[in-house]
Design a protein around this ligand. Structure first.
Ligand code: NIG
Ligand code: FE
Length: 423
């Protein structure tokens, strides 16, 4: 039976309708409807607008109603960069970092990503899935309705495929949409590292075995590379991304996080959907992104967690006209958070983005970076009814209150997937 749902009584309804992607001044254009309502038909938005208008539609009369009683309604967050599947935290490294060890020092001693690889290889698929399910419930509880998930803690054929197959299984078992990315090129695994020709042989495993298998099984939409000191060179990154592209996986890239490698220029050259991190970009990189269609995804959770003082130059990127998006980078090494509201707080206080810019970067621009801006990222008739409802009077209070979860309800395709106080 077709179902109608009326969500009404929003003090502010952040529609974000309009031009996609948002660049420059348009990034702060939230298209707010005061005292707004949304009518949903079979999981799809049928109407959005002022309460009186929407409520008087014939379909609204018999619809099931949720009165949000003056709260703020916005599109569900689109978290466009996560490393969802991992086996355990790295709290022991967190303590070492606080005591002064750098992220790179820990990695050189076999910690870091390789530490997570060891733990993932030893974990059963069942245990990994259970951990991911718990994380997904937490994502939903913070207003996220779609997330990208990268492999990259397996780094051998069986373990990478295990992760990507879990993305698929999780997509079927719980309500949030998971967009799968292959990140076999996270780092060179221990069995190839520091061996003559080792890195080259691992790149061959990626390009000759893994990419074709991932493509044949349709396990990933995107192919990502960590292009940095201690990870992959620009030359190897290019080869891997081009191979991925030939197999139908669009490039994404971890760029200029620890050092400037020229990865941003590579991202633009290969037409990457997204170029992420960007702490170390220079002016030429900013210009290149501004002229391109590649999203610049900023991950301030990493700098915060690692205690780094240098955040990505968000203001310069926005003012130059780059397509700025925001994501958690949920992972055990650099950003163990599922909270997009916390990322918005960091974007405002550390990246000097306005609350409106941060919200647009975390919804419509992030949806664009996942090639889903026609379906999600704004509240418009015909789009999926993915909504986050916050227990605040004004949208600026979403980043303003930090360290406390103000998400009141989350809906995915018109279905309540989180409600405060209900488990
Ligand atoms: O996005 N930079 C590479 N990958 C992750 C960190 C992974 C880890 O330390 O486990 C990131 O920050
Ligand atoms: Fe990452």
């Amino acid at each position: 039976m077709p179902s109608n749902l009326l969500i009404t009584g929003a003090s502010q309804l952040l529609t974000l309708r309009g031009r996609v992607p948002r660049r420059g001044k348009a990034l702060s254009d939230l298209r707010i409807v005061k005292n707004g309502a949304v009518l949903v038909h079979d999981g799809v938005i049928a109407a959005v607008g002022p309460r009186a208008e929407v409520e008087s539609l014939p379909e609204a009369l018999a619809a099931e109603r949720i009165d949000v009683d003056g709260r703020v309604v916005l599109p569900g967050f689109v978290d466009s960069h996560t490393h969802l599947i991992h086996a355990a935290s790295r709290a022991e490294e967190y303590e070492l970092k606080i005591a002064g060890a750098s992220y790179e020092e820990i990695a050189r001693k076999g910690g870091g990503i390789l530490n997570s690889v060891k733990k993932l290889r030893a974990a059963t698929a069942g245990a990994l899935k259970e951990r991911a399910h718990a994380a997904l419930r937490d994502f939903a509880a913070h207003g996220t309705t779609t997330l990208e998930a990268k492999s990259g803690y397996g780094l051998d054929v069986a373990s990478e495929l295990k992760i990507l197959r879990l993305h698929k299984e999780l997509s079927a078992e719980q309500p949030l949409e998971i967009v799968s990315t292959f990140l076999g090129a996270h780092v060179v695994p221990a069995e190839y590292r520091n061996k003559p020709g080792g890195a080259e042989r691992y790149v061959a495993v990626l390009t000759e075995t893994l990419i074709p298998e991932v493509a044949a099984e349709k396990l990933a939409e995107f192919c990502d590379v960590f292009c940095d000191r201690g990870a992959f060179s620009r030359k190897d990154s290019k080869r891997i991304l081009e191979e991925g592209k030939k197999s139908g996986m669009l490039p994404r890239i971890h760029a200029e996080q620890l050092t400037r490698t020229g990865a941003t220029q590579l991202a633009v050259q290969v037409g990457a959907a997204s170029c992420d991190h960007l702490e170390q970009v220079n002016k030429a990189d900013i210009q290149a992104l501004a002229k391109s269609k590649t999203a610049a995804t900023l991950l301030p959770g990493c700098d915060f967690h690692l205690g780094m003082k240098k955040y990505a130059p968000a203001r310069e990127l926005i003012e130059a006209g780059a397509i700025v998006a925001l994501a958690t980078d949920y992972n055990p090494g650099t950003s163990p958070t599922v909270s997009m509201p916390m990322i918005l707080s960091l974007a405002c206080s550390q990246l000097r983005m306005s609350p409106a810019e941060a919200i647009a970067a975390a919804t419509i621009n992030a949806a664009y970076s996942l090639l889903r801006d026609r379906k999600i990222g704004s509240l418009e008739a015909g789009k999926q009814a993915d909504l986050a409802i916050f227990d605040v009077d004004d949208y600026r209070e979403i980043p303003y209150y930090f360290g406390v979860n103000k998400c009141w309800m989350t809906l995915k395709k018109g279905r309540v997937v989180f409600q405060k106080g209900h488990t």
